[in-house]
Design a protein around this ligand. Structure first.
Ligand SMILES: [Mg+2]
Length: 230
């Protein structure tokens, strides 16, 4: 159970890893895509390669001061797929296959707490929204999953905002979507650096969703979304 600090008027949520999860998991989907293009590796090998490739792109984004765009997001995923699945017969086709896979609602599941948590927060008068480092592929998901309907009017996507989390400009876009001062916004997400530290640095309240209880030293954390409503 977590009490939302007094003075908070708006609650914004991260998307992937907080409200939305790939199902099957990304490593399983990548391994299947690799197999389709003539390259066999385990989901575990995918996971290791993916983390390394993903981290290289994070470093590139730090150097670019977190500037992003739809084009940059496509490039990011093209590079991550090419690096993670180096060995496939047709890297471009494999990338497109994966890019399109994750644009489909059938590739995702919604956090089972989401419907209740969002309905309760809405009934308590909170302004609700979403702040995501994903890209335009979020829209088909938002338009399909009715549980997420309370968020649809205030969606900040980094590829559109031009800056990604944890960049300060991203959180400025959240404030303008919320119509609030920093101290009036609570940001909820599963990524320590992008969500928790980024929002805190922007003067917001932050809560880390930590389902596997990995961050016991973080003061404001919950292990399930339902803890937000006590
Ligand atoms: Mg996340």
């Amino acid at each position: 159970m977590l009490l939302i600090p007094s003075g908070v008027k708006a609650v914004f949520f991260d998307a992937v890893g907080t409200l939305l999860f790939p199902e099957p998991s990304a490593p399983v989907v990548y391994a299947e895509a690799a197999r389709r293009y003539g390259f066999h590796l385990s989901a575990n090998d995918v996971r290791k390669r993916f983390i390394a490739a993903y981290q290289r792109e994070e470093t590139a984004d730090v150097a670019a001061q977190w500037v992003t765009s739809e084009a940059r997001e496509r490039d990011r995923w093209r590079i991550i797929v090419a690096d993670t699945l180096a060995g496939v017969t047709d890297p471009e086709a494999c990338y497109l296959h994966l890019f399109n896979h994750f644009a489909k609602p059938s590739a995702w599941r919604v956090n089972s707490d989401a419907a209740e948590v969002l309905a309760v927060l809405q009934s308590r008068g909170f302004i609700l929204g979403m702040g995501s480092n994903y890209d335009a592929r979020l829209w088909p998901l938002l338009n399909t999953f009715l549980e997420l309907a309370p968020l649809r009017d205030r969606v900040v996507i980094s590829a559109t905002a031009g800056v990604r989390k944890p960049g300060r400009g991203f959180f400025h876009a959240v404030l303008s979507a919320a119509g609030c001062e920093p101290g009036e916004v609570l940001f909820v997400g599963d990524d320590l650096n992008n969500d928790y530290d980024g929002a805190t640095a922007a003067g917001m309240h932050a809560v880390l969703l930590d389902p596997h209880a990995k961050y016991s030293d973080i003061p404001h954390r919950i292990t399930r979304l339902a803890d937000l409503i006590g």
